[in-house]
Design a protein around this ligand. Structure first.
Ligand SMILES: [Zn+2]
Length: 311
């Protein structure tokens, strides 16, 4: 069965064509200013498939999806043109097949459960540390979606500081607003961080700083302090997800994991120290191929949709 996966990420669009679950062709292009033209997506899919109709399509979006799995409900600041657009109807009219729409973190978790770092796990959580903080959970083999599509994916929006800033989501002191790539860049630009000489030089030279800069300058106590606060914030997110879902495995992914050698052991140790005393201490893993986690999850969802014959 041929399926197509479309990952409408916050900074790039990735496309994959799968034959019997195996990736056989792919494409990627930048999403300029968080905007995406569906016509360009469709044209590129046509090129990949040579116009041959797929059995079904999976589409991932960086936000909340309706409980029917057909539309993006909310993604603060991203893809405004997709809100409430029925992407399954778009797929039927453009490609002649149905589509399933899924939150990107859930799709990544499904990809890792299907044939990745959490393969075979029935209870797992996934945390995406990157531009923002994404999350997802599978509980007793069932992906948690909740009554209204919001289940388990808002882990980055737990309050970790009652006196913290108002997050774009509307809540106060969210983890994502205090420890994410966008928060780091915004706080550095606003002059809200105490920076050591090397990190200050990087900010001046580059115009911004990222997590990699923090890691590489951590011999400076100012950088080490920021990094420690970020790791404690991410640990609070994971502890909360573990308290909620009691997983065997925690999958940590996202751009921050390019520094996994430094961050992952510190994060795991902090979580294990802070968990409820009798809680199981889950293993921590990172995807072997994080660039295709979402696509592989979408292919699994599309294959499921296609095999049910709801075309
Ligand atoms: Zn928030």
């Amino acid at each position: 069965m041929r399926t197509v996966a479309i990952d409408l990420g916050g900074t790039a669009v990735k496309l994959g064509v799968f034959e019997s679950g195996r990736l056989v062709a792919s494409d990627e292009f930048a999403a300029v200013d968080g905007q995406i033209g569906l016509d360009e997506v469709a044209d590129r899919v046509d090129s990949l498939t040579a116009g041959e109709r797929p059995a079904a399509i999976g589409i991932a979006v960086p936000g909340v999806v309706d409980s029917e799995g057909s539309s993006l409900l909310a993604a603060h600041g991203k893809y405004a043109e997709l809100h409430d657009l029925d992407l399954s109807s778009w797929s039927r009219s453009r490609f002649g097949c149905s589509a399933v729409v899924e939150n990107d973190a859930r799709a990544a978790l499904i990809g890792e459960l299907t044939d990745g770092s959490a393969s075979g796990a029935r209870d797992a959580v996934l945390i995406v540390l990157g531009t923002g903080i994404g999350a997802a959970a599978v509980l007793d083999g069932q992906v948690v979606r909740g009554r209204h599509g919001h289940g388990a994916i808002l882990g980055g929006h737990i309050t970790v500081d009652l006196d913290g800033p108002r997050c774009p989501c509307g809540n106060i002191g969210c983890a994502e607003a205090l420890a994410s790539t966008w928060a780091l860049a915004a706080d550095a630009e606003a002059g809200d961080l105490v920076l050591g000489p090397e990190l200050a030089t990087r900010l001046a030279d580059q115009g911004t700083i990222g997590i990699r800069d923090l890691v590489e300058t951590r011999v400076e106590h100012e950088s080490a302090a920021i990094l420690d606060r970020y790791i404690r914030t991410w640990a609070a997110v994971i502890v909360t997800q573990c308290h909620a879902f009691d997983p065997d495995v925690v999958v940590v992914t996202g751009g921050v994991m390019r520094a996994a050698d430094v961050i992952l052991p510190a994060l795991r140790d902090r979580v294990h120290a802070d968990l409820w005393s009798s809680s199981f201490r889950p293993s921590f893993v990172t995807p072997n191929d994080p660039s295709t986690s979402v696509l592989r999850g979408l292919a699994a969802l599309a294959q499921d949709l296609g095999s049910k014959g709801r075309l």
